[in-house]
Ligand binder design. Structure first.
Ligand SMILES: NC(=O)C1=CN([C@@H]2O[C@H](COP(=O)(O)OP(=O)(O)OC[C@H]3O[C@@H](n4cnc5c(N)ncnc54)[C@H](OP(=O)(O)O)[C@@H]3O)[C@@H](O)[C@H]2O)C=CC1
Ligand SMILES: O=CC(=O)O
Length: 293
């Protein structure tokens, strides 16, 4: 199966490598074109523009940072829309809001193409290991065509119906994740200020009803003030912002998510946006220090 792949950031690179390793023929494009070279060394071809990739491939996957990037790659000069046509499929796996996805879907389908949104749950390591959870919605026939690729990229795919449902599900999941990260950070601070061992707290959490892979993976590094980027904080804040907007639209009050978003915003303002989202711990720690001063 031949696929195009647009966007070789943390996630896109790992996903494209997985497809290559599993026998897919992959043509890649990235805004910073030099990043394609690593993929070429592993057997990929390069398209000079998104339009060139879509022209070459029946199916094109995108994994881009945010709504503005997702729209730009489709609508700008040399974008996807210039070459999408009957018989071609476009699969956007970026985390965006339902409105963005819907705009892209309308444009693609108006030119005869098929559209699927398919954001993923799971970070850098699950992407490398082909263990993502895929939240697809849109054209069912395209979903079925993509199953061989999804089976390589993920451990489970959901088809959630009409365009927008995948985006919304992803935002709900990440809203919970961002709030949980803030709760873990506050817990680590409280343990520390109360004279308890933070590592013992993690050990206790690991054995109880709220054990989860995120606490297990990120907790020990947070104690060491180490935040190597797997899921960049700027993207987690984008997801909190988009989830809060979904809450506004539906009149759902989300005070915990709103407070967590403030902490992520503060972290961005301090220049921590490119670190892992667990770097919000620096903001939570600073607030606890100033409270006790
Ligand atoms: N990292 C993670 O753990 C996860 C991330 N996600 C989501 O996946 C998406 C990608 O995340 P991730 O790989 O971590 O992000 P990165 O920041 O590592 O990569 C972002 C990608 O988007 C490209 N890009 C940014 N702006 C533009 C633009 N205006 N036009 C064209 N291309 C652009 C970048 O190109 P360039 O190289 O030129 O900057 C890069 O290829 C995001 O929506 C994120 O929320 C979902 C699940 C997990
Ligand atoms: O979107 C991030 C993730 O870990 O999932």
């Amino acid at each position: 199966m031949e696929v195009g792949f647009l966007g070789l950031g943390i996630m896109g690179k790992a996903m494209a490598v997985n497809l290559l390793r599993n026998g897919f023929s992959v043509t890649v494009w990235n805004r910073t074109l030099s990043k394609c070279q690593e993929l070429v060394a592993q057997g990929a071809s390069v398209g000079e523009t998104p339009a060139a990739v879509v022209n070459k491939c029946k199916y094109t996957i995108a994994m881009l940072s945010d709504p503005s990037a997702a729209l730009s790659v489709v609508f700008d000069k040399d974008g996807v829309l210039e070459q999408i046509c009957t018989g071609k499929g476009y699969v956007d796996m970026s985390t965006v809001d339902a409105d963005t996805s819907s705009k892209i879907s309308k444009a693609i389908t108006s030119k005869g193409g098929y559209f699927l949104e398919a954001p993923v749950s799971g970070s850098k390591k699950p992407a490398e290991d082909g263990q993502l959870v895929i939240l697809a919605a849109g054209e069912k026939a395209l979903y079925e065509d993509m199953v061989p690729a999804f089976n390589v990229l993920g451990k489970k795919s959901f088809f959630l119906g009409e365009v927008g449902n995948g985006a919304k599900m992803k935002l709900v999941v990440n809203m919970i994740m961002g709030s949980m990260m803030n709760a873990l950070s506050e817990g680590l601070c409280l343990a520390d200020k109360s004279g308890l061992s933070q590592q013992t707290l993690l050990d206790v959490l690991e054995l109880g009803a709220i054990a989860n892979p995120m606490f297990k993976l990120k907790g020990p590094a947070m104690i060491q003030n180490s935040y190597p980027p797997a899921f960049p904080l700027k993207h987690q804040q984008k997801d909190m912002r988009l989830a809060l907007a979904l809450g506004d639209e539906n009149a759902v009050s989300m005070p915990i998510a709103a407070a967590s978003n403030e902490a992520f915003k503060k972290a961005r303002s301090l220049g921590l946006g490119d670190l892992d989202f667990s770097a919000v711990h620096e903001v939570v720690k600073a607030a606890k220090d100033s409270d006790s001063a």
